[in-house]
Write a protein that binds this ligand. Structure first.
Ligand code: FE2
Length: 465
């Protein structure tokens, strides 16, 4: 027998189509945000005599040096870095001794914002665990003094950041992620980026915005992995189409130069306070036939690791939270590189590319733990397969990760852009018994799911763009 519908429910059912129509009308007034805040025809990021895009990258041994790169206009050639042990005094001279000067190598880069000169300088011979003050030279001027601490010897407590793709709308929407990340990792001197820093490899406005967005991290050394968006398609849509690394990548980062043969500009490794980090170029592995050469190189890098810990940073995930199609495409990574990582007991594999959050252990237990995360605003959808094999997963959420190594414990936490705890666990080194994972569920918020049926641009296969 049919029951009568209560009055309130009946009224709600009557009004629901009107509410829905109103909500849809409101949504229709919204427009997709452009990829940068720079209006068409406006030059905002022209190079000048004032140094900008200043960034330090760890040297192979991060306790004794770092490389610096910066940009000026084309009037500046072979400028210098000035560096001294940081003083409490505004005077960076040590008595009669002026700051050390290191001359840079300059490369020219024509861009839509004008002719730029990018300068690279290797500052080596530094003391471990020491705070240095440094500045870079422009045209009759200098950058502000910055401070950077070199890595301490292995065994000292370490805090650092890892972030996934930033890629789009960096000034508008990535900036707040970086400010929140610094609040939660105030002692961090190192940040890892899992690639796709920008969307268009050679778009100078996007690079300008990326450096603005990451300005909050200016006291840290940057270790970036290249993503597919750091490459562009040469001869696009022709049989000769191939991916080519954008000159901006090489201009903006003075990397250690110890990478795999033929993939030197985009692969490297370094030791940082008890951890060996290896950075892989997933795009070259997948699209430029450079998987086996990187596997061979990685084997050597990990075999020679004197540390108890190792991590791999790569853009494309070994296990994709987006589903089977993606996984099939990444098979070569699993065939060539995964056996090397598992043989050497890599602890963490830090990844991006899928614009989601997802964590899973290796099929044989831990280590490694595989993590995919995203910092920027582009948001995709988690596949059913990933919901069955990864935990936690997340959609529609901007994130950053804080990692801490203290004694035999490596703790990991993923936090949302508002600072809430999303995922947390600890790897415990039990010596000869190996490493085990301790889950931390306390304080985590629930898994987040996309609540939109389409993006503002009308796409139903994404949550936000
Ligand atoms: Fe990507």
């Amino acid at each position: 027998m049919l029951r009568p519908i209560p009055c309130a429910t009946a009224l709600l059912l009557l009004l629901l189509p009107a509410f829905t129509a109103q909500a849809e009308a409101r949504q229709a007034t919204r427009h997709l945000e452009p990829n940068t805040l720079v209006p068409k025809g406006v030059i905002h990021y022209a190079p000048t005599g004032f140094p900008d895009r200043i960034v330090a990258v760890p040297m192979q041994d991060a306790s004794t040096g770092f490389s610096v790169s910066w940009r000026t206009d084309a009037k500046v050639d072979a400028p210098v870095v000035e560096i001294a042990i940081a003083s409490e005094s505004p005077d960076q001279w040590d008595g009669d001794t002026p700051p050390r000067r290191v001359k840079a190598v300059t490369r020219a880069l024509p861009t839509a914002n004008g002719a730029a000169h990018h300068h690279h300088a290797l500052v080596d011979g530094l003391q471990p665990d020491t705070l240095y003050a440094w500045r870079v030279q422009g045209d009759r001027t200098w950058s502000p003094w910055r401070q950077l601490r070199t890595a301490a010897p292995a065994g000292a407590p370490l805090e650092f950041l890892y972030v996934g793709d930033t890629q789009n709308k960096n000034a508008s929407l990535t900036t707040r992620v970086m400010f929140e990340a610094v609040r939660h990792a105030p002692k961090a001197n190192l940040v890892l980026f899992a690639g796709d820093l920008v969307s268009e490899a050679v778009d100078d406005d996007e690079w300008g915005e990326w450096f603005d967005a990451t300005g909050a991290l200016a006291t840290m050394a940057f270790a970036p992995a290249p993503g597919n968006h750091e490459f562009f398609e040469e001869h696009e849509d022709t049989p000769q189409e191939r991916r080519v690394l954008g000159e901006q990548w090489k201009a903006h980062f003075a990397l250690p130069g110890n990478g795999a043969k033929g993939v030197e500009p985009t692969t490297y490794w370094f030791d940082y306070q008890g951890i060996r980090f290896a950075v892989i170029d997933g795009t070259s592995a997948l699209d430029l036939d450079a998987a086996s050469t990187q596997a061979e190189w990685l084997d050597g890098v990990l075999a020679g690791n004197p540390n108890r810990w190792s991590m791999v940073l790569i853009h494309q995930p070994f296990h994709s939270p987006r589903g089977e199609e993606r996984n099939k495409r990444h098979q070569v990574l699993r065939d060539e590189l995964m056996p090397v990582m598992e043989r050497h007991g890599v602890d963490l594999v830090l990844q991006g590319h899928d614009h989601l959050y997802g964590r899973r252990g290796s099929d044989g237990g831990v280590p490694p733990v595989y993590v995919v995360s995203v910092a920027g605003p582009k948001q995709y959808l988690v596949s059913d397969d990933a919901r069955a094999t990864m935990s936690p997963v997340g959609e529609d959420t901007q994130l950053f990760q804080v990692l801490r190594l203290e004694g035999n414990r490596l703790s990991y936490e993923a936090r949302t852009v508002t600072g809430r705890l999303y995922d947390a666990f600890t790897l415990v080194d039990e010596g000869d018994a190996g490493k085990r994972i301790e889950e931390q569920r306390e304080g985590r918020i629930d898994e987040r799911q996309c609540s939109r049926s389409r993006t503002l641009g009308g796409r139903t296969d994404r949550c936000w763009e």
